[in-house]
Design a binder for this molecule. Structure first.
Ligand SMILES: *[C@@H]1O[C@H](CO)[C@@H](O)[C@H](O)[C@H]1NC(C)=O
Ligand SMILES: *[C@@H]1O[C@H](CO)[C@@H](O)[C@H](O)[C@H]1NC(C)=O
Ligand SMILES: *[C@@H]1O[C@H](CO)[C@@H](O)[C@H](O)[C@H]1NC(C)=O
Length: 370
C-alpha cells in the first residue's frame, strides 16, 4: 500500500527519549509548499523566466544534488526543506513542474513555489514568467484529484486533513517586485495608497487560503514578510551603512504582517477544523540581522554570492559572481535570500520555538495535532 512506505519520526514533547518510530501510520507527514523564491525548489527551471537559480554556485552545499544547482535560491536547503526533514518527510517535496512529480512521489508532498511569484497576479511581471498564488492553488487542485486516484476519496481527504502541512511564504515580491518597483508599478502607486494596497493583498490572500481549505487543507503555516528593507540589495541601492535598513519597505512589511496575523485569527475562528499558524519570519530574521555575532555570523549585510557595491547586492548569484570564503558565516547567501546557515536557525525556531516567533503553536505541535 502506498501510504505504508512513508517513513516518519515521532518527536513530540512526550517522546522525551528521542526514540523514533518508523512506518507507523500515526504521524505521516506530507508537505505542500506554496510561495516565492524563499521556497522554490525548482519550478522555475521548467519555464523561461528572468528569475532562475539553476546556475552554480547556487546549491553548492545541497548534499542531495552533490552541490549542483537545483533551482533553490540558496546555497543549501530552504526553510521548507529543513522543516520537512525534521517532521519526518522521507524526501523533499517534488516541484510540481518537475517530470517526476507523478504517481507515488506526490504522497510526500508537492512544492508549487516560484521565484518572483506573489499574491497578486501582476507581481513579478519584471521577470516575465513566474507562478503567482492563484496559479499555485490551481495546480494544487490538480494534485488534489491525483490523491483521490491514488488513495480513494475518503482516505485522501483524511490524509490531507490530518497528515499534511500546508506552508505558504509569500508577499515579499508584492512589495519589492510590484508596489515598490519604481517604473512598472507607478500606476498602482498613484492610484493606491499603501493602506489600500495592503488591504487588497489581504483580501486576495484570504481567498487563496480559503480555496486551499476547500480543497481539504487543515494544518497551515503562513510566513509573514521579512525585513525586506534590510536585504543586501536594498542596502546597496540605497547606499546605506552596514547596520542601517530602508524604512519604507520595512514599514510596509510590518503593516501587512499585523493584518496578516488578524486574518489568520479570523480564519481559525471561521473555518471549522482549521489551524492556521503564524510564522513570524520578520522578527526572527531581524533578530539574526541585529545580533548576528551571537549566532556565529561574520556579516548580516554582505551577500556571500553576488556582485555590485559594498554589499555585493546588485547582481544575482551566478557563475561570474564573487563567492565568499565562509558560506556559513553570512546571514545572506545572495542579494535577496538567506543562507542555509540562517535558514537552519530560523527553521529550528519554527519547529520548536515559542509564541514570540510561531503562534498559536509551533510546527511540531501542529504536526502532532490529530
Ligand atoms: C525529482 O527530480 C529532482 C530533480 O529533477 C530531484 O532533485 C528529486 O530528488 C526527484 N525526487 C524524487 C522523489 O524522485
Ligand atoms: C490571476 O491569473 C489566473 C490565471 O491566469 C486567473 O485564473 C485569476 O483569475 C487571476 N486573478 C486575478 C485576481 O486576476
Ligand atoms: C478545483 O477544480 C474544479 C474543476 O476541476 C473546480 O470545479 C473547483 O472549483 C476547483 N476548486 C478550487 C477550490 O479552486
Amino acid at each position: 500500500m502506498a501510504v505504508a512506505v512513508i517513513g516518519l519520526v515521532i518527536s513530540s514533547a512526550a517522546n522525551v527519549e528521542g526514540r523514533s518510530s518508523r512506518n507507523s501510520d500515526e504521524n505521516l507527514v506530507a508537505s505542500f509548499i506554496f510561495g516565492d523564491s524563499l521556497s522554490d525548489a525548482g519550478n522555475n527551471n521548467y519555464f523561461s523566466t528572468l528569475s532562475k537559480a539553476d546556475i552554480p554556485p547556487n546549491g553548492i552545499d545541497f548534499r542531495a544534488s552533490g552541490g549542483n544547482p537545483t533551482g533553490r535560491y540558496t546555497n543549501g536547503r530552504t526553510i521548507g526543506d529543513i522543516v520537512g526533514e525534521e517532521l519526518g518527510q522521507p524526501t523533499f517535496s517534488v516541484p510540481f513542474l518537475a517530470p517526476n512529480s507523478t504517481g507515488k512521489a506526490i504522497l510526500y508532498g508537492v512544492n508549487y513555489a516560484s521565484g518572483g511569484g506573489g499574491i497578486m497576479n501582476a507581481t513579478g511581471r519584471i521577470f516575465v514568467n513566474r507562478l503567482g498564488m492563484d496559479v499555485q492553488v490551481d495546480y494544487f487542485n490538480i494534485t488534489r484529484k491525483q490523491f483521490d486516484k491514488l488513495m480513494g476519496p475518503s482516505r485522501a481527504r483524511e490524509y490531507l486533513m490530518k497528515k499534511s502541512i500546508f506552508s505558504i511564504t509569500v508577499g515579499s515580491n508584492d512589495f519589492l517586485n510590484n508596489y515598490l518597483l519604481p517604473v512598472l508599478s507607478i500606476g498602482a502607486r498613484i492610484s493606491e495608497t499603501p493602506d489600500a494596497f495592503i488591504d487588497d493583498l489581504i483580501t486576495h490572500f484570504r481567498g487563496q487560503l480559503i480555496r486551499l481549505y476547500q480543497l481539504d487543507g487543515r494544518k497551515f503555516v503562513v510566513g509573514n514578510v521579512g525585513p525586506i528593507g534590510c536585504i543586501p540589495y536594498q542596502k546597496t541601492i540605497n547606499q546605506l551603512n552596514e547596520d542601517e535598513c530602508v524604512e519604507l519597505p520595512n514599514n510596509m512589511a510590518r503593516q501587512y504582517n499585523a493584518k496578516l496575523k488578524d486574518l489568520l485569527t479570523q480564519l481559525n475562528e471561521n473555518l471549522p477544523g482549521s489551524t492556521f499558524v503564524y510564522a513570524n519570519v520578520y522578527d526572527l530574521t531581524m533578530e539574526l540581522i541585529t545580533n548576528y555575532k551571537q549566532y556565529g555570523f561574520k556579516t548580516a549585510s554582505k551577500a556571500c554570492c553576488g556582485n555590485g557595491g559594498r554589499f555585493a547586492g546588485i547582481i544575482p548569484c551566478g557563475p561570474t559572481s564573487s563567492l565568499c570564503q565562509e558560506r556559513g558565516k553570512h546571514v545572506f547567501w545572495d542579494p535577496y535570500h538567506p543562507s542555509e546557515a540562517a535558514n537552519l536557525i530560523i527553521a529550528k525556531q519554527l519547529l520548536d520555538g515559542n509564541t514570540k516567533f510561531i503562534s498559536p503553536m509551533n510546527l511540531r505541535q501542529l504536526r502532532n495535532l490529530s
